[in-house]
Design a protein around this ligand. Sequence first.
Ligand SMILES: [Zn+2]
Length: 247
Amino acid sequence: MLVSLTFDVEQDCPPYLSTTRGVEEGLPKILDLLGEKGVKGTFFFTAQMAKEYPHLVKRVVEDGHELGCHTYNHERLDKLSKGEAERIIEKSLQVLRNFGEVVSFRSPNLQLPSEIYAVLREKGILVDSSKAVYKRYRGISYVGGVLEIPASVTSSVLRLPWRIQRIIHARLREPRVYFAHPWEFVPMKGVRFDCRFNTGEKALELLERLIDHYRRENAEFLLMRDYLKVFKPERRQEAEGVSQHPR
Ligand SMILES: [Zn+2]
């Protein structure tokens, strides 16, 4: 069983809020929990959050997690020209690579125009997770030389009561790629319902439950970059973006 825990490190509930309580208070709690459980995850930082909280980026890298890129300041790439998107990706990677290797990417709101894959590859990005199975994106494939590993479920699923979410998890195909945001681990108020229900301590308890569940199942927790070893490109497939099957 292949499972991945990924976190998009950004301001609180974009674009509705511009506070950063999630990064300040939520992210250390996530890192404490993963440390306690001996589990590694992938943290897609915006360059803006990395600049404001360099000690937390350092901690992510030092704790053995993967540092990924989530653009500069949560820009929607589908609303920019290709040239503008390219400049933003370039600028974000310049900031993030001061902290370590960055080969994985996730675009804000999971909006990645297909022409951007080639841009990502050119900038040294090898894995992307900007697509979602729940948005009907099927399969795992190399697109423009970048390995696309779609997210399995939307982040608010991880805040549903356990008896409900466990049914959802059991139906997911592998690899099961989850994502959450640091702001979900502090109590959110004054935002739309799906951004606030069960945020704070409850979300943390549920994340612990998810980890314990998969540890009992002897799941392998993979970083996004680890998939490069699981789904190896073949030249022809790399050129054509043909789907591959696990192992
Ligand atoms: Zn985001």
